[in-house]
Design a protein around this ligand. Structure first.
Ligand code: ZN
Length: 164
């Protein structure tokens, strides 16, 4: 899956999460910006292409996603405690959504690494969709899915605001 697709999906997920989080407007903005910056590109799980590890390996473990989010929260807490949880949750959400999105592709990812391995000790790849529905890298279907999801979230938000 391509970086801009991950950015679209991660940002939409963060926008949705702000509807559940009930933080201040500033905290919600921090969460969305954190997710936008870390769901695709050099700050995402795909930073592994610059590291001496397997692509779509340890950086795509759910455990790593949570550790990275927690680490960001600890670092931000030193600078701006009010925004630490929002930043950490935004990054963790972006990384988890990134890993789940990659798990919808033909190649899959070792989401449950390092715990789920085969007899030889290789990490087992998790694929979340049936074979015929799995995405191929570079295809546009995930972008359309993200846009439709965004439209639904915006519609739900407008409805929610109208009720309040
Ligand atoms: Zn990836």
């Amino acid at each position: 899956m391509m970086g801009r697709t991950h950015t679209a999906i991660g940002t939409v997920a963060a926008l949705g999460a702000t509807q559940l989080a009930h933080g201040t407007v500033e905290q919600e903005a921090v969460m969305v910006v954190a997710a936008f910056l870390t769901s695709g590109g050099v700050l995402s799980p795909d930073c592994d292409v610059w590291l001496p590890v397997e692509h779509r390996g340890p950086t795509h473990w759910l455990l790593t996603c949570l550790v990275v989010g927690a680490s960001v929260a600890v670092i931000v807490y030193q600078l701006a405690p009010t925004y630490a949880l929002a930043a950490g949750c935004g990054v963790a959400l972006a990384w988890v959504v990134h890993a789940f999105a990659d798990a919808t592709t033909v190649g899959g990812v070792p989401l449950l690494g390092p715990f789920l391995t085969d007899r030889r000790g290789n990490q087992r790849k998790v694929r979340l969709l049936p074979k015929m529905l799995r995405f191929r890298v570079g295809h546009m279907q995930p972008v359309w899915c993200a846009l439709i999801l965004a439209a639904l979230l915006i519609g739900a938000s407008v409805f929610y605001i109208g009720q309040a």
